[in-house]
Design a protein around this ligand. Structure first.
Ligand code: G6P
Length: 610
């Protein structure tokens, strides 16, 4: 959603703020702003519609200098993207504030503040907070006291950071429902929505708890918990090498991340020396929890939801465990009847998705035997709130459209299938070994797909002028088709829908004509012959087919039929291998169309608001 960076230092802060925003731009990119306090206690403000680069240009044209500052990159929720609605918001040229989240009672508070004489210059829900803060500061509160009183009036979700020209060395911040970390420096301290924003200045972080307030100066830091008590929060040192966030030799992060998959998949996979997968991969205590598991409920959003959909086939077919999968925004508000002994599995790249997090936090006492988070970001809110954790180790994913995070989630879910299947006795030792060996060979098969990049680039040309597409699959390849369709619509803006091929005749067949390309996920499996008949139904109605299949499936190019031949691989790997080909198809279609494919319009990588 939005990204926040704040700096209290003795050195110039603007460079750190702008670099932090650049690194956070995946969270939102419709407008950006930065406020600094200079040596004369003046508040200096730049706000720009558009990307962080626009803000950088404004700073280059008119440099604002100061050691204490806050900055923000926005993904609009309340109020259109505009310079006026960009953060920081200002009250009486004295207080500046940045906000990530949604304030649900903003309308009532706005009325109250107007009655108190405050003038609003934006249509955001956030501006009320800065006036509230000003109001309490004017009454003589300290910054922490004013923030404490202000957040006491808020309903909704927020991460906030504010500065005050009358308290020029300090920044106060608060979090509830939106992520915020403190970066601990030497003679300087920082705040950000994601540690990634601050990795160039520190490797020590404090992950704030829900309801925490914090005050930083260059020399000190103070955390106050929900009950108003001063608390010490643990400082975590991030030991892994500094993640580069440049595109290397690639034109886009998405392309780089697609090509990083052989490495990422190998890193995600945790196989013991004796070629076994241990329950311990899911955390200490996993064995005890797994022994009580009689059913699985997977909850996720977006691409991660599709990973759950694929896993349902594995968990039921291979591990013999009943499995339900639901999008988090529905799950969290539904009256549910849970099978006794159900394990709640949340799947999330970021570990911060608001709906997924709320789904986990809102479960009733005793509703589940435990919770397992499959996430890519260590110390994320989901990871910290779950009993068990599997980190997918895909490395930072910057492209908004998820690629390596999805395929590594599938590896995690297959590992879960193997572990649970063995513990329940549904999976024989031999079958478990066969699956594990197949997983071990996965990076090689993915590498073979990546070598088809130029072929897929050529194939993609056929889609450039199309407005609609259908993706078809059967069985486990139906969710693969769903993921293929999602990827294409996200980054190329071509309308794409996925259907289980058997459903074609119940409606979508009416749409089929020469203008609607149809992509079929058609590897050799038990349902191939059924799928082949469905594809004949399309062909006989003049539909143009693009069939992704292995050699054994026996498809050949012909009128209205183009085949992309993919490597023959073990059945368990097909969802991943075929997904990589579909990722490349979307990438090249979007590239041909010239869309901003790392930052598609209206979307954000990490959706930390409801
Ligand atoms: C956003 C992103 C998607 C992602 C979804 C869920 O919509 O654009 O790529 O799949 O959020 O995110 P999560 O971090 O929970 O996997």
């Amino acid at each position: 959603m939005c990204g926040i960076v704040a700096v209290a230092a003795r050195r110039e802060a603007s460079e750190i703020l702008l670099e932090g925003l650049r690194r956070l731009e995946y969270r939102g990119y419709d407008s950006a702003g930065m406020a600094l306090i200079d040596n004369e206690k003046n508040l200096l403000l730049h706000k720009k519609l558009g990307r962080v680069s626009e803000l950088m240009k404004a700073q280059a044209m008119e440099p604002h200098l100061g050691c204490v500052g806050i900055a923000h990159t926005r993904w609009a929720t309340h109020g259109e993207p505009s310079a006026a609605n960009a953060h920081p918001h200002i009250s009486n040229q004295r207080v500046a504030l940045v906000h990530n989240g949604i304030i649900e009672n903003h309308a009532a508070l706005r009325g109250e503040m107007i009655d108190l004489g405050y003038e609003f210059t934006s249509t955001t829900d956030s501006e009320v907070i800065v006036h509230l803060l000003h109001h309490f500061l004017r009454d003589g509160e300290t910054m922490l006291g004013a923030m404490q009183k202000a957040v006491g009036r808020l309903q909704g979700a927020y991460a906030l950071a504010a500065l005050d020209t009358e308290n020029p060395g300090q920044i106060v911040a608060a979090r509830e429902g939106s992520p915020l970390v403190v970066g601990v420096g030497i003679g300087e301290n920082f705040l950000a929505s994601d540690q990634l924003a601050l990795r160039q200045v520190t490797d020590r972080f404090i992950y704030l708890e829900e309801g925490d307030l914090v005050q930083i100066t260059s020399a000190s830091m103070q955390v106050i918990d929900l009950s108003g008590q001063r608390v010490e929060r643990q400082v975590t040192r991030i030991s892994e090498a500094l993640e580069t966030i440049d595109r290397g030799n690639y034109d886009h992060f998405m392309h780089k991340e697609i090509h990083q998959q052989p490495r990422a998949l190998a890193d995600a996979l945790q196989i013991d020396a004796d070629r076994r997968i241990s329950a311990k991969c899911f955390g200490t205590g996993a064995e005890a929890v797994f022994d009580r598991v009689a059913a699985i409920q997977i909850v996720a959003c977006g691409t991660s939801y599709h990973a759950g959909m694929v896993a349902r086939y594995w968990l039921e077919q291979l591990a013999g465990i009943p499995c339900q999968v639901e999008v988090a925004s529905e799950f969290r508000y539904r009256t549910r009847v849970q099978h006794p002994g159900t394990l709640l599995v949340t799947v999330s790249q970021s570990g911060e998705t608001a709906d997924t997090l709320a789904a986990l936090r809102n479960v009733a006492e005793g509703e589940f035997v435990g919770s397992l988070a499959i996430a890519n970001v260590d110390n994320s809110s989901l990871v910290r709130a779950s009993d068990l954790v599997f980190l997918t180790r895909a490395g930072a994913e910057i492209g908004v459209a998820s690629t390596k995070a999805f395929t590594t989630q599938l590896v995690a879910l297959m590992m879960l299938t193997i572990v649970l299947g063995q513990r329940r006795g549904s999976l024989t030792e031999n079958k478990a070994r066969e699956l594990t060996n197949a997983l071990h060979s996965l990076p090689e098969f993915v590498q073979q797909v990546l070598e088809l990049d130029p072929t897929i680039e050529k194939l993609a040309e056929a889609f450039i002028n199309k407005h609609h597409t259908l993706f078809l699959g059967r069985g486990i390849h139906y969710p693969v088709a769903m993921e293929g369709a999602l990827k294409l619509k996200e980054i190329s803006y071509i309308h794409a829908e996925a259907y289980p091929a058997g459903e074609l005749k119940h409606g979508p067949l009416a749409l089929v004509d020469a203008d609607m390309p149809i992509v079929a996920v058609a590897p050799t499996d038990d349902l191939l012959e059924k799928l082949r008949s469905n594809l004949e139904e399309v062909r006989s109605r003049g539909g143009e087919l693009y069939v992704f299949a292995d050699k054994e499936a026996g498809f050949a190019n012909g009128p209205g039929l183009r085949v992309l031949q993919l490597p023959s691989c073990p059945e368990v790997l097909m969802p991943i291998v075929y997904t990589v080909a579909l990722q490349l198809l979307s990438y090249h279609v979007a590239l041909h169309k010239g869309t901003d494919l790392d930052k598609p319009r209206n979307l954000a990588k990490s959706v930390t608001v409801e």
